[in-house]
Design a protein around this ligand. Structure first.
Ligand SMILES: *Cc1c(COP(=O)(O)O)cnc(C)c1O
Length: 487
């Protein structure tokens, strides 16, 4: 299987090249030239998570040894990192279940891909004969940064630098990054929002001067953001796993819907691909917070990033430029890379683009889109806790709220998997506020007391660790800070 740049069909590379490079040299996103089929069979339903994941990923890694892929998945998802089950399905209401993706080392769904990516990258470096150090530059809206740091810490042949929006992440998210251990890691805050940090990183990637400098230090740049296909691929697996678990438990008999709290469009794109591969998913429900650029896009066909940016209680979704939508455009235009280039060009020059109505209808046959503001997010956390005794984080609450809108508007009672993307203990401030508890200096222990639940150990220990990375940069200082780091 070959991978093509979304902006140039003539740029074809192998899986290992796509993973090593992260971003295509023309700024496009590597996307498989065709989507393979894999029926979620009875046999697959009997397998454990790593085996299911290895089967799915194997479809995209032809030429790789199956036993190798399974060995990597076994290491990535071992019980010492994810407890008993990396992606358990739990009951939520009469028609829906939660797919809990926050049982990994950093308590958010990014772990499922970022514990796997270092194995994929290490193997890809070998296959491609690359001997320079892979310097991974990562922009984060809050959770990717920590998950990538944890995945790549002390991995030979790699180094990682993370940029997060200063003031734009939760206190816990910030501490997770600034206290990171490891000898090959670096972290800096950037004055601006996530889009600024993502733009800054993409600029470094496409700057020949920076590439040359990295090369002179025996390094090259790669990405751990979901622009890297190696991030998307492991995420497809948990949609198979969630569906098979629903079938196994009798929660679903045939079709399901999937509802995803969405920011950069990486997670829901993975669900779309699982659907195209053969998981019987009827509708994909795309849930946004007040940064509702995707809601408008799916409902009207207009993508317009020129709008107010909101800092919300669900910071990992505070995004106005959803990178992975580019792959969706590529797929929905039947691989028309000229069309994608043109639209992305308009986004850059005018801040907006519009797709033809025929294409918009194709999207809205599959996707339902809705949004939920901060006030309703808190109401949802509180109501869910009171009526169901289930504590959800603000991102998951956005998804649950939009799912209830979907039910009301469509009357569709198809069993639905709502993706639960983070532990509520990562967002104690907002969750305590939702529960009516305010102004505590040690919110984690307060939330434990208030709910009688225990927080993940890794989060409890944070307050005892020294902060190693206190640097805050201006946007235009990002390149220089990378140079300094490499030297
Ligand atoms: C990253 C993240 C999201 C958004 O996922 P995308 O792939 O960017 O759409 C949602 N919730 C949480 C907790 C996240 O960390």
């Amino acid at each position: 299987m070959r991978y093509l740049s979304t902006r140039d069909n003539n740029l074809k590379v192998t899986a290992f090249d796509a993973i090593v490079k992260g971003l295509a040299p023309d700024g496009g996103l590597y996307t498989p030239e065709s989507i393979p089929r894999l029926q979620p069979s009875r046999d697959m339903a009997r397998l454990g998570y790593p085996e299911r994941a290895a089967k799915v990923m194997g479809m995209y890694l032809d030429g790789w040894d199956c036993d190798d892929i399974l060995a990597m998945a076994n290491k990535a998802y071992e019980p010492s990192k994810f407890g008993g089950s990396p992606a358990p399905v739990t009951a939520f209401d009469d028609t829906s279940h939660l797919l809990e993706l926050w049982h990994g080392p950093t308590c958010a769904f990014k772990d499922l891909a970022l514990q796997m990516l270092p194995h994929l990258l290490t193997k890809s470096l070998k296959l491609s004969g690359e001997t320079r150090t892979a310097c991974i530059l990562t922009a984060t809206s809050g959770d990717t940064g920590k998950a990538a740091l944890e995945g790549f810490r002390d991995v030979p042949g790699t180094a990682i630098m993370v940029f997060y929006p200063h003031g734009g992440v939760s206190e816990t998210q910030k501490l997770q990054m600034t206290t990171q251990r490891g000898s090959n890691v670096n972290v800096a805050g950037v004055v601006g929002n996530f889009d600024d940090t993502q733009t800054g990183v993409k600029k470094i990637f496409s700057d020949p001067g920076m590439a040359e400098y990295a090369n002179s230090r025996n390094c090259f740049f790669s990405s751990a953001n979901s622009i890297n296909w190696g991030r998307v691929m492991p995420q497809i697996s948990y949609y198979y796993s969630g569906y098979l678990d629903m079938i196994n438990s009798g929660a679903a008999s045939h079709e399901i819907n999937v509802c995803v709290p969405t920011g950069n469009f990486g997670n829901i794109l993975s669900a779309y691909i699982a659907r195209a591969m053969g998981v019987p998913i009827k509708r994909l429900i795309c849930a946004s917070n007040s940064n509702d650029v995707l809601t408008e896009f799916i409902n009207t066909g207009v993508y317009n990033r020129r709008r107010e940016f909101f800092t919300t209680y669900s910071p990992s979704m505070d995004i106005l430029v959803s990178s992975n939508l580019e792959r969706m455009l590529y797929i929905v235009s039947d691989g028309d890379s000229e069309f994608v280039s043109e639209k992305l060009g308009e986004l850059q020059s005018q801040g907006r683009y519009e797709i033809p109505d025929s294409m918009r209808r194709k999207l809205s046959d599959v996707f339902f889109a809705g949004c939920c503001d901060d006030a309703r997010t808190l109401e949802y956390i509180s109501e869910t806790y009171k009526s169901k005794n289930i504590l959800i984080d603000p991102h998951t609450a956005v998804a649950c709220a939009v799912y209830s809108d979907y039910r009301r508007e469509t009357g569709d009672k198809t069993p639905t998997l709502i993706v639960s993307t983070a532990s509520p203990f990562k967002f104690c401030g907002a969750v305590l506020k939702a529960l009516g508890e305010n102004g505590y200096t040690s919110p984690i222990s307060k939330l434990e007391q208030a709910t009688k639940l225990s927080a993940p150990e890794s989060l409890k220990k944070l307050s005892e660790l020294d902060e190693r990375f206190l640097k805050v940069l201006q946007k235009d200082e990002m390149s220089d800070s990378v140079r300094e780091w490499l030297s």
